[in-house]
Design a protein around this ligand. Sequence first.
Ligand SMILES: NC(=O)c1ccc[n+]([C@@H]2O[C@H](COP(=O)([O-])OP(=O)(O)OC[C@H]3O[C@@H](n4cnc5c(N)ncnc54)[C@H](O)[C@@H]3O)[C@@H](O)[C@H]2O)c1
Length: 245
Amino acid sequence: MRVLLHGATGRMGRAVIDKIAADENAVIVEKVSPDFEAESEDCHFTLDGCAKEADVVIDFSNHASTKTLIDYCVAHKLPVVVCTTGQTDEEKAYIKAASATVPVFYSGNMSLGIAVLQDIAKRAAAAFPDADIEIIEMHHNQKLDVPSGTALMLANAIKSVRTAAEFVIGRHEYGKRRKEEIGIHSIRMGNEVGTHQIIISSGTETITLKHEAETRALFADGAVVAAKFLKDQPAGFYDMQDALK
Ligand SMILES: NC(=O)c1ccc[n+]([C@@H]2O[C@H](COP(=O)([O-])OP(=O)(O)OC[C@H]3O[C@@H](n4cnc5c(N)ncnc54)[C@H](O)[C@@H]3O)[C@@H](O)[C@H]2O)c1
């Protein structure tokens, strides 16, 4: 598998480089980042510099590049694994629209454990339709998007079985918690890789579901699994649940 890596100088880009270096069935043919010190044969400041053939794009960059990235993938008929988070609704719609033309994999969390957690959270929320549900997420102090894409993914999974749910991000106003609220709370500290906790309380019993990412390498593992899955798919919109089937 020949990979074009978008966002190659970042924390996650470097983790993907390490992962693919140890994979005899994959190779990175082009790397893109505006933060390279200089351009070279396979390191480019922008996608326009890329000339080698690739089978798939892995993107761990910044949502500001959404349109440029998607336009490039559509123009070159390239499957794209979008791992970047923090997109606006408009940018998300742009990514989704591209899936009519090329295979698009989009997930706020590339972890297998989070995909399993989504299923368990849905089941618990359905079993306790009147329970209070709160989500707490914790990440390193350099993270830009609030709340995390994963917290929103988990909240949306719960909303799929609790359709009246309303997300309250960082509750601060005076007044009682409303029944339909799902509170989402973000903690930013140190080097925390990523912890997500879902607390479901009926008033007589409480379930606490918790996922802890121990190293960023797990997201690179997931991105490579996703890329290997995606490169052979027809145009469409995919996530980790599809790759696990
Ligand atoms: N889906 C997941 O599982 C998952 C996991 C970890 C991180 N992320 C997301 O991936 C993204 C990158 O995370 P990171 O920790 O590597 O960030 P980072 O800040 O360390 O690296 C960002 C990379 O993107 C590049 N970049 C910045 N702006 C760009 C632009 N306009 N065009 C092209 N490249 C650009 C930078 O040069 C750098 O290489 C973030 O959105 C983060 O939230 C997602």
